[in-house]
Design a protein around this ligand. Structure first.
Ligand code: ATP
Ligand code: MG
Length: 392
């Protein structure tokens, strides 16, 4: 029945002179995701609206679910497009549509007409009244409610006639690529994939870094991170995953620093390396899945101590989220089941029994002095030996 979709986009609409930048980014991303869908599509922009039209047969479900991954889209409206063959043909077309969609349902409706084609023989108010009357006659179970209708039937009179009433929710946010690039610290846990998704949803392209510590962490733990990156990439577009071997740095810290400060110091070195990678790859900020109080390394004093080494902004979109709310999003974006697979990550192997929960920055800095002999060299080695995995 449907051969097209009207795409509703939210915030982009208010971007003034730059609006075309956002619209073009949205269309580019739509083209990208539709490449993977059965069917051929044409995307058109006219008068502040974006339409996806299928050329020939296409997979409806796949198309909708692909579009539901495009940030910037707030609604996807399946549209019936009919040729303009006058008022009577329009009425027949609309009755057909209503019969198909709501034939036996008991609902209220309202007709809303937009007359972009000023040559159409009736004014939009007349069209509303005429079609409303015809629908009432044809479907006794449907009644009119002009204030809060269950069904808002939209009729757009253009060169062709567009009929739609259903709005399938999109993911919202801003189109990818409209807000630069940031470096996500991606672990195998629940939080960081969600953090990446949330920042990407604001139009930020994502690179990712994963610190592994073979043989303390397994190949399967790494594969889990690759799998998570793939899930995030379904929304965030292709992701370059930098895998950094953290073993030597971790061992060195383990040998030289107080046990209860291990985690904080390790996290500071992760941040330092991620930051170097960010600068080298044109990323403007870091992204982590940290959330206040979740673990010892995420108390406010611990976050302060970790952040102490960061010279570029660190985005922590989950900072004030409860775990339960993070899990809800993880389930929605389908990362949860992968995240809970039980492969250790490099922090669990080296955690102290009683880590500091109120680290003092000066003391941590002092403890790190013990590393001055080899740490720069180890960091350079870790960066030089990175493995890059392209996730598309
Ligand atoms: P997550 O569920 O994201 O793993 P977490 O609750 O386990 O988070 P931590 O292990 O303290 O918390 O990590 C806090 C943040 O640091 C993570 O959200 C992630 O951004 C980053 N991080 C932790 N471990 C790694 C790692 N091995 N590689 C890359 N980033 C990491
Ligand atoms: Mg973790």
């Amino acid at each position: 029945m449907f051969q097209a979709f009207l795409i509703k986009y939210g915030e982009i609409g208010v971007k003034g002179k730059n609006r075309y930048v956002f619209e073009d980014a949205l269309v580019a991303r739509m083209k990208q995701v539709l490449c993977g869908v059965d069917g051929a599509f044409r995307i058109t922009k006219e008068q502040g609206r974006i339409y996806v039209e299928a050329e020939g047969a296409f997979d409806y479900e796949e198309t909708v679910s692909a579009l539901q991954r495009v940030f910037g889209i707030v609604g996807i409206c399946p549209v019936v497009i009919a040729e303009d063959r006058g008022a009577e043909a329009l009425a027949q077309e609309v009755l057909n549509y209503m019969g198909h969609m709501y034939g036996k349902e008991t609902k209220t409706f309202k007709v809303h007409t937009r007359r972009a084609n000023k040559n159409f023989p009736m004014e939009s108010m007349e069209v509303n009244a005429e079609l409303g009357g015809r629908i009432l006659n044809a479907f006794p179970n449907l009644t009119v409610d002009v204030h809060k209708p269950d069904i808002m039937l939209h009729i757009e009179l253009r060169r062709n006639i567009y009929i739609y009433s259903e709005v399938i929710p999109g993911p919202g946010g801003m189109p990818l690529g409209t807000n630069g690039r940031s470096m996500l610290l991606l672990s195998g846990g629940i939080d960081s994939p969600v953090a990446g998704y949330m920042v990407a949803r604001r139009g930020v392209c994502i690179d990712a870094v994963y610190f592994h510590a073979p043989p303390y962490t397994s190949e399967r733990a790494k594969q889990k991170v690759v799998d998570l990156a793939k899930k995030v990439a379904g929304y965030a577009g292709s992701i370059r995953l930098h895998v950094i071997n953290f073993t030597d740095i971790q061992m060195y810290i383990y040998d030289e620093c107080p046990r209860d400060e291990l985690t904080i110091i390790m996290r500071r070195y992760m941040m330092r390396i991620a930051q170097q990678l960010a600068v080298d790859t044109g990323c403007l900020a870091l992204i982590t899945g940290e959330s206040i109080g979740q673990v010892a390394s995420q108390t406010v004093p611990s976050l302060v101590a970790t952040n102490d080494v960061c010279l570029i902004p660190v985005f922590r979109p989950l900072i004030a989220f409860d775990k339960e709310d993070i899990v809800t999003i993880a389930k929605k974006i389908d990362t949860y089941e992968t995240s809970i697979l039980p492969y250790e990550d490099c922090c669990t192997t080296f955690v102290a029994k009683h880590p500091v929960t109120k680290p003092r920055v000066e003391l941590i800095r002092k403890s790190e002095k013990a590393l001055s002999g080899r740490i720069d060299e180890l960091m350079s080695e870790a960066l030089a030996s990175e493995e890059i995995i392209e996730i598309s």
